[in-house]
Design a protein around this ligand. Structure first.
Ligand code: NDP
Length: 248
């Protein structure tokens, strides 16, 4: 799957799934644009990629989102692939807690609003290259929450799933594909960043295959969907969850 001369933006490239995807795109010859906020983590991942463009930015800030697209086009002249991967959850008390709306706003702004914004800003450039978008959602977007307090995250990913379909419908006539990857549990910094009192391994027995995934497995799927091998695939949601959704 060669991405030689392709320009690929990966948001949330400083860690986990985004870091694995940035590295794999780079290994396959892409000119990678790595987006994240944590400078130290970004530098560590960038050191493993071939001359990436590193942009320290918060995807939920409108000026930063614009800067991501502007700096990419200024440096490389084109955009072929946008991977909307940056995302988080917050350990919150849920609907009965006083932080419900601040939690909801933060999660929705990062996990969904930023995706809509970056898609809108990148679309004119993707139309020129007949490029594509891969959104990193979650099985949370199509399953009921297992714990109280997870509503905002689940809603953000359900919104992303349907936005993918809407964007695919709107951009398909211009030759631009839009797809979703929905991971189950993956071994990343996600749970630690969310200050959740659990580790990812707790989910293994909840899957059919009794395992959790490594970030590289998601990167493989992201690259497949972004590649020409998937030229007939748009508006689709690919689960890679060790069978967790159907067991759930
Ligand atoms: P990590 O916490 O390891 O990585 C999250 C990435 O998102 C980091 O690079 C982080 O960058 C970035 N990020 C978060 N907020 C922002 C922001 N406002 N602006 C820019 N970058 C941001 O978790 P994962 O790799 O696991 O998560 C990647 C995606 O996968 C997320 O969308 C998550 O919802 C999804 N997912 C993960 C699952 C899992 O089990 N791990 C399961 C299902 C879905 P920085 O810290 O530098 O800001």
């Amino acid at each position: 799957m060669s991405f030689k001369n392709k320009v690929v933006i990966v948001t949330g490239a400083s860690s986990g799934i985004g870091a694995a995807a940035a590295k794999l795109f780079s290994d396959e010859g892409a000119r990678v644009v790595m987006v994240g906020r944590n400078e130290k983590k970004l530098s560590a991942v960038a050191a493993r990629c071939a001359s990436p463009l590193v942009i320290r930015a918060d995807v939920s800030k409108d000026d930063d989102a614009k800067r991501i697209i502007d700096e990419t086009v200024k440096k490389f002249g084109q955009i072929d692939v946008l991977v909307n991967n940056a995302g988080l959850t917050i350990n919150s008390g849920g609907l009965l807690a006083s932080d419900m709306m601040s939690t909801y706003d933060t999660i929705m702004n990062i996990n969904l609003r930023a995706v809509v914004h970056l898609t809108s800003l990148a679309a004119p450039h993707l139309i020129k290259t007949k490029g594509n978008i891969v959104n990193v959602s979650s099985i949370a977007g199509s399953t009921s929450p297992m714990n109280p307090g997870a509503a905002s995250y689940h809603v953000s990913k359900a919104g992303m799933n349907h936005f993918t379909v809407c964007a695919a419908a709107e951009l398909g006539v211009h030759g631009v594909r839009v797809n979703t990857v929905s991971p189950g549990p993956v071994r990343t910094d996600f749970f630690e960043n969310a200050k959740l009192p659990i580790g990812v391994d707790i989910f293994a027995p909840m899957t059919l295959l009794n395992r959790v995934s490594e970030p590289e497995e998601m990167a493989d799927l992201i690259l497949y969907l972004a590649s020409d091998k998937a030229r007939g695939i748009t508006g689709s949601n690919y689960l890679s969850d060790n069978g967790m959704a159907i067991k759930h």
